[in-house]
Design a binder for this molecule. Structure first.
Ligand code: NDP
Length: 329
């Protein structure tokens, strides 16, 4: 699900009468409300930057689609994704962050103050902008996949793999993420089926070798997922079709989708450097983008780690970078 409208809408938004009549100036604007955005907000608020945050289409970010989070330090008993994000929000608000519901629909970063259009109707003019819009995991688009999201269907093995300890699971995808997730799950689960739609994997050779050498991974080349099946207690199987069009059923309890992510950077791409997938490039060891005063943190700039705790870390850095930038004006 794309969180932000394309740049094509920018001109429409700018020319809209209601836009020009509704402009608000802020010191520090944060777009996105996952662990990166909220951590940036906590630090920015405590540094008296009076941050305004727009939550985006998925308030709380990707973690709100997971169930239990067991790998975030400080929660020894685990916590559900939605509860954890509510805690993040309360902490950001406690220090004065103005958290608002709204979606960034366009941006003009050509000069300061930076202009971000919210819901195509309101313009926020910001002296410093922190982009924490995250990335959206791609899904296959099956109804059954939607039905069992959070109940056996996941897009993050590191987050949810542990719940399938000793069980059989499937991973779909043929890239490095799928290979990595399959290998990770093989260390926890009884058996891992890796469902690859072509007769080869596009992952790097070293990852493919690792997959093939792992005894409890079975690669099902030229297989497509037809349906994920289950009952009230969650997923209990997957129906695949092979290259001959025959149906193959596998009994599994976890179905991991690893077919790529889409960083939510569309509205900023005209102004910022991104890689070929769309991840925003930042200067080494900082959250600074190529534009002074614009910072990026979390999954929109990190294709590698993609964890809540690493996103939170970059959010902290973005707020510190923004504070120093504003202090230098
Ligand atoms: P990729 O885009 O590289 O791979 C996506 C995979 O999913 C492809 O095999 C693709 O199949 C498959 N796929 C896409 N849509 C479907 C579908 N509808 N049904 C079935 N299969 C589908 O994404 P990744 O997330 O794997 O990697 C993204 C980038 O991050 C890459 O550059 C990768 O190298 C990098 N990365 C690096 C890692 C590392 O170095 N440790 C770890 C993880 C990622 P097909 O091949 O047929 O198109």
């Amino acid at each position: 699900m794309a969180l932000f409208k394309s740049l094509d809408n920018l001109e429409d938004d700018k020319s809209s009468k209601s836009v020009s009549s509704d402009v608000e100036k802020v010191k520090c604007l944060i777009i996105g409300s996952g662990p990166a955005g909220y951590t940036a907000a906590i630090y920015a608020a405590r540094a008296n930057l009076n941050p305004v945050m727009y939550e985006g289409l998925e308030p709380g970010g990707q973690l709100t689609t997971t169930t239990e989070v067991e790998n975030y330090p400080g929660y020894p008993e685990g916590v559900t994704g939605p509860v954890m994000m509510e805690d993040f929000k309360k902490q950001a608000q406690r220090f004065g962050t103005d958290v608002r519901f709204g979606i960034a629909t366009a941006a003009d970063l050509s000069k300061r103050p930076f202009k971000v259009t919210i819901d195509s109707t309101k313009i926020i003019e910001a002296e410093a902008l922190i982009i924490a819009t995250g990335a959206t995991a791609k899904y296959l688009g099956l109804d059954s996949e939607e039905k069992f999201k959070g109940q056996g269907v996941s897009a993050c093995a590191t987050c949810d793999g542990f719940f399938y300890k000793g069980k059989d699971v499937a991973v779909v995808g043929g890239g490095d993420t799928a290979a990595e997730e399959a290998t990770y799950l093989a260390g926890i689960c009884n058996k891992v089926y890796l469902i690859v739609r072509k007769d080869y994997m596009r992952a790097s050779k070293v990852m493919i070798d690792r997959v093939h050498k792992t005894k409890n991974i079975e690669v099902l080349y030229e297989h497509q997922t037809k349906e994920i099946v289950g009952d009230m207690s969650g997923v209990n199987g997957v129906i695949l079709t092979n290259s001959k069009g025959e149906e193959v059923k596998k009994d599994i309890h976890g179905f991991f989708v690893a077919i790529g992510h889409k960083p939510n950077s569309d509205i900023f791409k005209e102004y910022l450097d991104t890689d070929e997938v769309g991840y925003i490039k930042t200067k080494p060891d900082t959250t600074k983008t190529k534009i002074d005063g614009v910072f990026a943190c979390g999954d929109v700039m990190d294709s590698h780690y993609r964890q809540a705790v690493t996103a939170a870390g970059t959010g902290c850095r973005a707020a510190i970078d923004a504070e120093r930038f504003l202090g230098s004006l």
